[in-house]
Design a protein around this ligand. Structure first.
Ligand SMILES: Nc1ncnc2c1ncn2[C@@H]1O[C@H](COP(=O)(O)OP(=O)(O)OP(=O)(O)O)[C@@H](O)[C@H]1O
Ligand SMILES: [Mg+2]
Length: 252
C-alpha cells in the first residue's frame, strides 16, 4: 500500500531579470492511496506537480508538510526501507553508455544488495519481457532512446519492488514498444504490486488504470476510476475533464 497524506511542496526559484525570489506552490495538499494490485494513473498538465509527487513518494525529496508511507515505511524516517521496496522510473534515464544492459543491471543489483545470481536471472527475465534480450551485451552508447528507456525500466524493477512508480514510461516510444511496457505494467498489477504511472497519454489511462488522480493547480481531482470520473464531470473522454478543469481554474 502506498499512502500519501496531505503533502505540500513549495519551491523557491530566482527570477534572473527582477532578481526576486519566486515561490512555486507545486503541491498544495494532496492525499491518495494505492493498494497492492492497483494501477493508479497520475495525470495533470506540464508543471502540475506529478514528478514532484513521485519524487516525494520515492523518498528523493521531502514534503514540507504531510506524510507518505510505502508498505508501512515512512519516507521521512525509513527512506532506505522505502527505496528497497520501491522501483522508480524517472524521466532522466541514468543510462551509462560504456556499459551493456547486463553489466548495468549487475552493478545496480549489487548496489541494491540483490544476490548476483538472482539479479542476473531477474534482469534477463525483464529484458526478455521488454524484447531487448538480443541487446543484453551491447554497449548502450549506441542505443536509441526507446532502448535506453527499456533498460531504465528493467533497472527500476530489478530488485523486485512491491511499489512501482513510473514517470511517463511511454513517452517517446512507438506503439509496439509502448504496448510492451503497458503489458509489463499489467504483469506488475497481477503480481499484486502497487503501481503509480504518470502520463499524458489519456486513452491509455482509460484502459489501464484502476483509479486516476488529476493534479491541477497543486490539488488532486478525481481520485476515482476513469468511468466514475467521466460520470462525475458529465463527459465522455478524459481530455474533456482536462478542458473543464482548465476552464474553471481547477475549481470544478
Ligand atoms: N527542483 C526544483 N526546483 C524548483 N522548482 C521545481 C523543481 N522541481 C519542480 N519544480 C517546479 O514545480 C512545478 C511542478 O514540476 P513537476 O516536474 O512536478 O511537474 P510535472 O507535473 O511532472 O510536469 P511535466 O508533465 O512537464 O513533467 C513546476 O512549476 C516546476 O518548475
Ligand atoms: Mg514530470
Amino acid at each position: 500500500m502506498i499512502r500519501v497524506v496531505d503533502i505540500h511542496k513549495t519551491f523557491t526559484v530566482k527570477d534572473k531579470k527582477t532578481r526576486k525570489n519566486k515561490i512555486i506552490d507545486a503541491v498544495k495538499g494532496i492525499s491518495f492511496q494505492v493498494k497492492p494490485g492497483e494501477i493508479y494513473g497520475l495525470l495533470g498538465p506540464n508543471g502540475a506537480g506529478k514528478s514532484t509527487t513521485l519524487r516525494m513518494i520515492a523518498g528523493l525529496m521531502e514534503p514540507q508538510r504531510g506524510s507518505i508511507e510505502v508498505f508501512g515505511y515512512d519516507t521521512k524516517t525509513s527512506s532506505e526501507k522505502v527505496r528497497g521496496n520501491l522501483g522508480f522510473l524517472s524521466t532522466d534515464l541514468g543510462v551509462y553508455g560504456r556499459f551493456s544492459p547486463r553489466e548495468l543491471l549487475r552493478i545496480f543489483g549489487e548496489f541494491q544488495g540483490v544476490d548476483a545470481a538472482v539479479a542476473e536471472r531477474r534482469g534477463m527475465y525483464l529484458l526478455d519481457k521488454l524484447d531487448l534480450t538480443s541487446f543484453a551485451d551491447v554497449k548502450m552508447e549506441s542505443f536509441s532512446s526507446g532502448q535506453k528507456q527499456k533498460v531504465s525500466i528493467a533497472r527500476a524493477l530489478l530488485h523486485d519492488p512491491r511499489a512501482v512508480l513510473f514517470d511517463e514510461p511511454t513517452t517517446g516510444l512507438d506503439v509496439l514498444t509502448a504496448k510492451t511496457v503497458l503489458d509489463l505494467l499489467k504483469i506488475m498489477k497481477e503480481e499484486e504490486r502497487a503501481v503509480i504511472v504518470s502520463t499524458h497519454v489519456l486513452p491509455m489511462v482509460e484502459q489501464l488504470c484502476d483509479r486516476v488522480g488529476i493534479i491541477f493547480n497543486g490539488k488532486l481531482h478525481g481520485d476515482a476510476s476513469p468511468k466514475e470520473i467521466l460520470a462525475q464531470y458529465g463527459v465522455t473522454t478524459l481530455d474533456e475533464v482536462f478542458f473543464k478543469l482548465a476552464a474553471d481554474g481547477g475549481e470544478v
